[in-house]
Design a protein around this ligand. Structure first.
Ligand code: SF4
Length: 176
């Protein structure tokens, strides 16, 4: 499936726990002040990529612990990102978890999900999300994998089961 891509980082240790492959998606509607990736905002920017090709590249590295979808906002292209995450979870060669960063809150994704935007499709394929806009006034370098304390590292499977966001704290994240 085609999508707009801002870039690929095949080896990352800063976009979630462990050794990860990061997919930078193109297009973000949130316009957070102080955003580190303003070049990813324009939905027409970046380059066209294909989920099957990116998947092939990911599984060529058996040392990976997981894949991070970042951006941009991966939920802005939720259907192709769900397609990529589905391939990753279906792969039997080795296990990889999927994390997505999003400027939407978990509650907004649930409330606004519909057939067209594919929010639930992607949410169901994520193991974890880091949610919420980056708030420059609250910026902190102390937080694990997050830029401001309003952002939460959420266990999606548990959250969908319980019907409320289940947040993983920094101490637990340090051990993952
Ligand atoms: S959600 Fe992320 S990429 Fe989008 S404007 Fe905010 S910080 Fe930037």
């Amino acid at each position: 499936m085609k999508f707009r891509c801002a870039g690929l980082t095949p080896e990352s240790i800063v976009d979630g726990p462990g050794y990860r492959f990061t997919v930078w998606t193109q297009g973000c509607p949130h316009n957070c002040e102080g955003c580190h990736n303003p070049q990813t905002h324009d939905p027409a920017g970046g380059f066209e990529a294909d989920t099957e090709e990116v998947f092939r590249q990911i599984i060529s590295d058996p040392l990976l612990d997981g894949v991070t979808l970042s951006g941009g906002d991966p939920f802005y292209q939720a259907k192709p990102m769900a397609d990529l995450a589905r391939k990753i979870h279906a792969y039997e060669g080795f296990k990889l978890n999927v994390i997505a960063y999003t400027g939407f809150t978990y509650e907004e994704l649930i409330a606004d999900a519909n057939e067209e935007n594919g929010f639930m499709e992607l949410l169901r394929e994520c193991d974890y999300i880091i949610d919420g806009r980056f708030e420059l006034a609250q910026r902190s370098l102390e937080l694990k994998f997050r830029g401001s304390p309003n952002q939460r590292f959420i266990d999606v499977k548990k959250s969908l089961d319980k019907g409320v966001p289940v947040v993983i704290d920094d101490e637990t994240l340090s051990m993952m």
